[in-house]
Design a protein around this ligand. Structure first.
Ligand code: BGC
Length: 759
């Protein structure tokens, strides 16, 4: 890390930015030589055309796009996703003067045709191999449909359950998100981006989008440079260093400067400090939005600022096409600045192997049926989904259930294949997704019985329903009265041995533009839960949601709670596997679940305070709320199993650590119950005294282990000086000598400690 971030981050704090000189191409490398030779042949109009990323829409029909491709006015497309459609578009290129192939992008966020759990669920597996499987299969399926690039992974760190896009993130932890981001980049891109089954990754949303104020989508980010550098930016860096071919720039501003016009962020930090060489893509319409942000006086000014900041590929609004010629003529932007953006765009196509073969991902025969069952990867989706489920409560071992039992399966989300897939479900087909009801029916076939009743509508606020149904008929409303629906569910419950109620949010409630001020289960569903509870039958709640919900009341009502997120195509089967004990649950939360929305933001790695709250000695003048139980309902890292585990206190290989050395924390983890099961042993560190207040703990290691009943295993966690670094007051990444605590546990709260000194 050079000193530049300090200076520039301080300038950012003041809302200033500095210019950057763009380095000339280094022609030693064949890619650059090829691209520069091509660039030399291009007219200004053709160059600017390369910066245009378009999609078919009502104002821009397919035929108009095809004409623009022939005229050399389009660089790439998004949201065109089948082989015949992509081929038709690519065929137009032949009629253009320079025949520069297009690339094709799509939001392949957690699966293409086979849908895996939403990202918050994927993270809950704490299994990087499982996450890599989801990424590799996404790439195989997307590339098989002709796609070249995905707008993924989303490595925004978030502490905001109100934010609907928390569902798209991997949670609140910087270190974990960094590892997952890098894993997915490798999984999508494979070893060779030119391979016909490789998909280029475009990490997003750079940067800090997960910290939008109050979790309100598209609001802004205003925070200390330390927090930004320490907590929010490292995952983008990790994913960029893993080789991501592209970066999507965020919609938000950071300390007053929109990311899309932020020279510090895009030039000084990303390009210079991180030495990032890939493509920079604007988010949808973001260049134009600089006017609404109030930093550009008009669209022309916006285009100038975005280009100078380094935004290269212009998504959706073709501001560059409309404004760059005049800006160049007026001397507001330089030819070198335009050329640099075009060069990166052409290099991207070169890396994807498209100059050699524009049909690289369209080889072989098109499938007779795009949605053919044989194109899915169900077994992998089911396995990953099983691991993403988090058991939150299991009173008196009500779970696992007996397959011979009669079950009442109720709730507005119990029979909704569309919701099982979750948001951003790419080309996933709802009819191919297994609802929870169907999964349970599959599991008990020939043995037990499933009685189904919807029991309640998702919610009954007409305005909210209209909002959720504004783009597609996403939420079906049962016309019966609430009383009638509840009565039907109660009748089913009375005939059953156990009630499984599937409640929570529809996928559209946890989405882009779906911020919630109330993070609870809607009232219609609570009425249903109340009536079910009154039957006295054991009550299992399966939760579907894309954010932490405030579940204190539900926890009191239910005998068992299983967090299912939106578990994907095989979701229903995976939930059945866990409910019947064919899979022992092993998922752990990667976002803190608060008791009340008023506690938000609530996250495990908060800074030390001068008056910390101590639940054992709850004093008045400490950092707390006086009107509720303090602390989360479920902490980061939490999740139960059908067996029990015990972890020993960490034994350190040395009481001191020297620069360049590695210390080992050794723990023994034991399965103390009577079933085989997996758990996640987590290692946290705490810097006891430093020049700045430091987090009370920070995740720095984890291992997921499978143990037979009674089996124990020794686990070693290496700790190096690099794990102890943080951004100091001068924004230098340093470690400071002194005492460090080492904490090990099965969640972030119940930990056992050791300590060492950094010399
Ligand atoms: C979202 C991005 C997405 C893009 C293209 C935007 O609205 O913020 O995450 O990649 O649309 O669909």
């Amino acid at each position: 890390m050079s000193n530049a971030p300090r200076l520039t981050a301080l300038m950012l704090g003041l809302g200033l930015a500095i210019g950057a000189t763009l380095a000339p191409a280094q022609d030693a490398d064949p890619a650059r030589a090829y691209v520069d030779a091509l660039l030399a042949k291009m007219t200004l109009e053709e160059k600017i055309g390369q910066l245009n990323l378009v999609s078919v829409g009502p104002d821009y029909p397919k035929e108009a796009i095809m004409a623009d491709i022939r005229a050399g006015k389009v660089g790439a497309m998004f949201n065109t996703v089948t082989r015949p459609d992509i081929r038709q578009m690519q065929d137009q290129v032949v009629h253009s003067r320079l025949k520069i192939p297009l690339f094709y992008a799509y939001d392949v966020i957690h699966g293409m045709r086979t849908i895996f759990p939403i990202n918050l669920g994927l993270a809950s597996t704490w299994n990087l191999d499982a996450i890599a499987t989801s990424g590799r299969i996404s790439a195989i399926e997307a590339a098989a449909d002709g796609l070249d690039l995905t707008f993924s992974p989303t490595v925004d760190v978030t502490r905001e359950p109100r934010w609907g896009r928390a569902s798209e993130t991997f949670g609140e932890d910087t270190w974990l998100t960094s590892r997952i981001g890098a894993t997915l980049v490798h999984a999508y891109q494979g070893n060779d981006l030119r391979a016909p089954d490789s998909l280029m990754a475009s990490i997003k949303h750079f940067g800090g989008y997960g910290a939008v104020e109050a979790g309100r989508d598209y609001s802004n980010v205003d925070m200390s440079p330390q927090r930004l550098m320490q907590d929010y930016l490292p995952p983008y860096r990790a994913a960029a260093e893993a080789g991501a071919g592209a970066v999507m720039v965020a919609l938000n501003s950071i300390n007053g400067v929109p990311a899309t016009a932020n020279r510090w962020l895009l030039q000084d930090l990303l390009r210079k400090d991180w030495n990032y060489q890939g493509l920079l893509i604007s988010d949808h319409g973001a260049i134009n939005e600089l006017v609404l942000h109030g930093v550009a006086k008009d669209t022309r000014d916006a285009a100038e600022q975005a280009l100078k900041a380094g935004v290269e590929l212009n998504m959706h609004d073709d501001v560059y096409g409309k404004q760059l010629p005049a800006l160049l003529a007026a001397g507001k932007v330089t030819q070198a600045e335009i050329d640099q953006a075009v060069r990166d765009m052409l290099l991207t196509k070169y890396r994807l192997g498209l100059f050699d073969d524009p049909y690289r991902r369209l080889q072989g025969q098109d499938p007779v049926d795009t949605n053919a069952e044989s194109r899915l990867h169900r077994a992998e989706a089911r396995q990953v989904a099983r691991e993403s489920l988090v058991l939150l409560k299991n009173e008196k071992a009500v779970l696992p259930l007996r397959k011979g039992a009669t079950l009442a399966v109720v709730g507005p989300l119990a029979d909704s294949p569309r919701d099982v897939m979750g948001n951003w479900s790419a080309a996933g087909v709802a009819a191919q997704a297994v609802s929870i009801r169907r999964g349970l029916e599959n599991a008990v076939a020939g043995q037990g019985k499933v009685l189904y009743a919807k029991g309640a509508n998702l919610l009954d606020d007409r305005d909210v329903l209209a909002y959720l149904n504004s783009y597609e008929p996403a939420v079906a409303v049962d016309p019966r009265s609430a009383g009638e629906m509840i009565a039907e569910a109660v009748a089913a419950a009375r005939q059953a041995e156990v009630v499984v109620a599937v409640v929570g949010e529809s996928q559209g409630m946890a989405h882009e533009a779906s911020s919630r001020a109330r993070i609870s289960v809607p009232d219609t569903q609570r009425e249903l839960i109340k009536a079910l509870k009154a039957t006295g039958k054991p009550l299992v709640l399966v939760l579907m949601n894309g954010r932490p919900l405030a579940l204190e009341w539900e926890q009191e009502q239910a005998n068992a709670l299983l967090e299912a997120w939106f578990p994907g195509t095989e979701g229903g089967n995976a939930v059945a596997d866990v409910l019947f004990g064919d899979q022992n649950p092993s998922g752990k939360l990667t976002m803190t679940f608060p008791r009340e929305v008023g506690q938000v933001p609530l996250y495990y790695n908060h800074l030390s305070s001068g008056r910390p709250f101590d639940a054992a000695k709850p004093n008045k003048y400490t950092s707390r709320y006086f009107d509720i139980v303090n602390g989360p309902l479920y902490p980061f890292g939490y999740g139960l199993s059908y067996t029990t585990f015990d972890v020993s206190a960490p034994q350190l290989s040395s009481a001191t650590l020297k620069q360049g050395d590695t210390l080992t924390a050794r723990v023994t983890v034991k399965n103390t119950g009577d079933r085989a099961g997996a758990t996640v042993v987590q290692l946290y560190l705490h810097d006891v005294t430093a020049s700045l207040a430091r987090p009370v703990k920070e995740l720095k290691g984890f291992q997921k282990v499978m143990l037979q009943p009674g089996e124990s295993r020794e686990l070693d966690f290496p700790i190096t000086e690099a794990d102890l670094r943080f951004y100091n007051n001068d924004l230098k990444l340093v470690s400071e000598p002194g005492e460090f605590k080492v904490m090990v546990g099965l969640d972030s709260e119940r930990v056992r400690e050791g300590s060492f000194t950094l010399l």
